[in-house]
Write a new protein. Structure first.
Lengths: 482, 448
């Protein structure tokens, strides 16, 4: 076997095609392009929403009209034309299945190619999957098992109809309608998403997960996720996505709100693998996401993300540590290749006393990509004994990419203890030499080193997800990671 | 309806500066090469205006409160000069130094000790006006200063400051002190000194810069310094910022380094109302070495903002930053450190460290250490901490009979003191050591 050098790797990376690039042909019920009050009303009507929800959406739409697109992120892209997007698309045959056999075979085939086998997961992994195909959830499994425990896990539109008191109380409580440009847009036009409520003292017995997928060409997708963990409960939530190859840029502006009440714990893991665009930088998904969680006393929120896809990523999963003794965590791997751009990080807002936060961010840049970490650690005057540890490491592969770190640290309390460290380096020649010397070829060595570099974060993923995360790292970087 | 006089009073500082420029311009020689530069600069300032918190670089520092003062842009000259005995303590009087001294923006020959013997330690005004300096001015003046609004404002009005030119292979035998005094004979003054320092190939120089107000009146200084370090030049620069509580300083320093040059800037910020240090290094040649160090100890409502930039343009260079801060009362510290490594700057070794201690509950620290890296074969890291004194160390000292207050002071002194290791002028080191000890309230009990 020939010597595998970094140049070979680079070449391989350039030619590596997007493996999940296929398109399912299902007739869709799609709205005309454009956005106005009429469209917002129509979406709401289509979803058979109550009056208050329609009003809420319209409020958001009015805020959005007054806002301008943010430009501070370290990314450059062609601004999407918001009047050129269709804001609603749903699979046509909306079935209510009792068994998997009744599901459209084409859909099943899609899931198979994605590596999601519903029945297999049902049996083996114990994962309940709420699959969002474009915008409407078409299959929900394990619902009965969850219902026994009093756990509500359904699509957000269902929740609006069936649990309006919960949705009304919490939607927009962490990410208000006017929070930012994309959050406002999402609030106005969100088509569907997931809703999850864990009652007091209940430990959710399985990992909850949803798979999002942009399917219809030219449809932006606007999911809304709301997870509420009542006092003393625990839930681990997984979210993963792959999208088919399209040349046209697709917009994805999701909002995720987590609410952890006293003593509750939420673990939210994401594997993001939207279409990153071709190797010439054409196409790809714009991923502008607002994710935020609020922790009441003694609560804990942990974000884990593996970001490998999207042409442009703009995403800062954040924690508001409101209650005393609450804990926020953020573990992230962001991989960019070719012309991908990622500006991602987190915000940890310490308000309560004895609050703790940990930030571990690993950035890997290859090709002509730009990878930025942007984070904020804020210690408010009343947050006595707050503690933060941040570590941001970047790995550069090749000389055409960039790695940037923009940490913001604002401390207004003398008892705070904040540590931030960041390093940027390439894979050391001595490290590779050491491996070579012990009979490990360069390809394997690079894989080993990249894997070791990301291990701290990969370890945080739930078992069911770790496999997929490794798979995605492989696609994004090379053939043999792991 | 306000009458005409009132209107003038309400005129913003920006408008006042713009109209003052017109009067100032009339007294300038029309054919001076600098004239064109000034016109361009004032236009730039007019367009951009004073920076606001909306700008990313000024996110944590607001000039609004300062700009409300009614500054005198061209301060009246005092009839009598200041007595040496009143200002002696601001000089390194124990050792022999070159001195360039200004009082309210005007050169004071009485206090100065300049030279033209082999090296030039003299005035910006003569460099700008005398024909023999024309080539130097053409080659260096305003060549690395950026066109941000405050630097432009200085370029428009600058007429005085220090001009230092060290020719090839010359090692300057004694330090050079640059001192700016303001007497405050008027209510509030706005000063715009401009320094140009050119250090030739293989030349060595040590410079100490200090701004000192002698009254309780408001002073705002907007200073620009350009430093050029040629091949293998060695520049050791110290900024002492221990001004009175009514004085504010915006310091814009630009340093261009050629191959194998070595530049160090130490900033000691203890005094003043608001201090903003814009310290910019540009490494144009290979194997450069840049050092940026600072100690900041604040109290009351003081505000110090260190805004550093190290731009690695050429390969095989090193940069090292170490800023320590101790913030008491309701003071605010800002550290905004940027390291940019260009695509060609392979084998760069950049290190940045910022450690802070908050002593009181109302004190604030805002830190933003940034790395922007475009080259892969580099070693770049930064660390930033905000924390407290080591409880174990405190306990150790207290168990040996040192009072808590004293033990704390000693630890803080040790924390800040590490920056002093690289101060190469013993007399200066001794002075700053004393200053730090005094600031923290530690009775050293031994001569340092």
């Amino acid at each position: 076997m020939g010597k595998f050098t970094e140049d070979d790797l680079k070449k391989e990376l350039e030619t590596k095609e997007y493996e999940y690039g296929f398109y399912t042909d299902i007739e869709s019920d799609t709205f005309p392009v454009g956005l106005n009050e009429g469209i917002v009303r129509a979406i709401s009507e289509k979803k058979e929403e109550p009056e208050w929800m329609t009003t809420w959406r319209l409020e958001a739409f009015r805020y959005w009209q007054e806002m301008v697109e943010p430009e501070w992120a370290n990314v450059h892209y062609e601004k999407p034309n918001f009047q050129n997007i269709s804001y609603y698309s749903a699979p046509n045959k909306k079935p209510k299945y009792n068994s998997i056999d009744e599901v459209d075979p084409e859909l099943l085939d899609t899931f198979k190619r994605l590596g999601i086998s519903l029945d297999e997961q049902k049996k083996l992994a114990g994962v309940a999957v709420d699959i969002v195909m474009d915008s409407v959830s078409v299959a929900t499994t394990f619902k009965k098992t969850l219902a026994k425990k009093g756990i509500i896990f359904c699509s957000i539109s269902e929740a609006i109809k069936e649990h309006p008191e919960l949705v009304k109380k919490y939607i927009g409580s962490v990410v208000p309608q006017r929070d930012n440009f994309y959050a406002a847009l999402n609030s106005a036009v969100f088509s569907d998403g997931s809703f999850c409520y864990i009652p007091k003292g209940v430990r959710c017995p399985m990992e909850l997960s949803t798979y999002f997928r942009i399917n219809q060409a030219g449809t932006g997708q606007f999911e809304r996720t709301l997870v509420i963990a009542d006092e003393g409960s625990y839930v681990s939530y997984l979210e993963g996505c792959t999208a088919p190859s399209r040349d046209e840029n697709q917009l994805h502006a999701a909002v995720v709100e987590l609410i952890a009440l006293d003593n509750a714990e939420i673990k939210y893991s994401t594997v993001q693998n939207w279409y990153p665009g071709g190797k010439d930088g054409k196409g790809g998904v714009y991923n502008f996401v607002t994710k935020r969680g609020i922790c009441e006393a003694n609560a804990k929120i942990s974000w884990t993300q593996v970001e490998t896809g999207s042409a442009v990523t703009w995403k800062y999963p954040s924690c508001i540590l409101k209650g005393d003794n609450s804990i926020g965590e953020f573990y992230s791997i962001a991989v960019t290749n070719n012309y991908q751009q990622a500006d991602t990080g987190t915000k940890m807002i310490h308000i309560g006393k004895n609050t703790k936060s940990t930030i571990i961010s690993k950035g890997i840049s290859a090709g002509k990509s730009q990878n930025s970490y942007r984070g904020l650690v804020k210690i408010n005057p009343k947050a006595d004994n707050a503690r933060n540890f941040s570590q941001c490491d970047s790995l550069l592969m090749g000389n055409d990419c960039g790695a940037h770190t923009f940490p913001y640290i604002e401390v207004k309390n003398k008892t705070a203890q904040v540590e931030h460290e960041a390093t940027t380096s390439k894979i050391g020649e001595d490290q590779i030499f050491y491996c070579n010397q012990r009979g490990i070829n360069t390809e394997k060595a690079i894989a080993l080193i990249v894997n070791g570099f990301s291990k701290e974060v990969l370890n945080k993923l739930p078992m069911e997800f770790a496999v997929e995360a490794q798979k995605l790292l492989e696609i994004s970087l090379e053939g043999s990671v792991g | 309806m306000p009458n005409g006089n009132l209107m003038i009073e309400f005129m913003s500082l920006k408008e006042k500066l713009l109209s003052s420029y017109l009067a100032f311009e009339d007294n300038l020689e029309a054919d001076s090469p600098i004239h064109e530069l000034r016109n361009k600069a004032i236009k730039n300032f007019e367009q951009k205006g004073f920076p606001t918190k909306k700008e990313e670089a000024w996110k944590y520092t607001s000039l609004n409160a300062l700009l409300k003062n009614d500054y005198s842009v061209f301060p009246k000259q005092l009839d009598k000069s200041i007595d040496f005995k009143d200002v002696k303590k601001y000089f390194l009087h124990d050792i022999d130094t070159y001195k360039v001294v200004f009082v309210d923006g005007v050169y004071s020959s009485f206090h100065s000790e300049t030279t033209h013997d082999q090296i030039d330690v003299c005035l910006m005004s003569s460099a700008l006006n005398k024909t023999k300096y024309k080539p130097v001015i053409e080659a260096y003046y305003n060549k690395i200063a950026e066109d941000d609004s405050l630097t432009s404002l200085n370029t428009a009005f600058a007429k005085e400051g220090a001009y230092i030119h060290i020719p090839k292979h010359k090692e300057v035998e004694k330090p050079i002190e640059i001192l700016y005094f303001s007497t405050g004979n008027e209510a509030a003054v706005f000063l715009q000194p401009r320094n140009l320092i050119v250090v030739g190939e293989n030349a060595h120089v040590q410079i100490i810069e200090r701004h000192q107000s002698l009254s309780k009146n408001e002073v705002l200084t907007n200073s620009v310094t350009e430093i050029f370090a040629e091949k293998r030049a060695f520049v050791d620069y110290y900024k002492i910022q221990n001004n009175v509580a009514s004085a504010s300083l915006i310091d814009n320093t630009y340093i261009a380094q050629e191959r194998e040059s070595n530049c160090k800037v130490h900033t000691f910020s203890f005094g003043g109302k608001l201090t903003r240090n814009n310290l910019n290094f540009y490494q144009n040649g290979e194997y450069c070495n840049s050092t940026l160090k600072g100690v900041t100890i604040l109290e009351n409502k003081q505000h110090v903002d260190h805004n550093t930039l190290v731009h690695h343009i050429a390969p095989n260079c090193e940069s090292h930053q170490d800023y320590k801060g101790i913030f008491g009362d309701a003071s605010t510290g800002v550290f905004n450190g940027r390291v940019i490594v260009e695509k060609d700057a392979q084998k760069t070794d950049a290190f940045q460290q910022n450690n802070n201690i908050l002593v009181d509950d109302k004190a604030t620290i805002n830190a933003k250490p940034q790395l922007e890296i475009f080259a892969d074969d580099v070693k770049c890291s930064h660390g930033c901490t905000i924390g407290q004194l080591d409880e174990d160390a405190l306990f150790y000292m207290r168990s040996r009979g040192i009072a808590k207050k004293e033990a704390r002071a000693l630890l803080m002194y040790a924390f800040a003191n590490t920056v002093l290791e690289s101060v190469k002028i013993p007399e200066l080191k001794r002075r700053i050591n004393k200053l730090i000890a005094h600031k923290i309230g530690v009775n050293l009990g031994f001569e340092v």
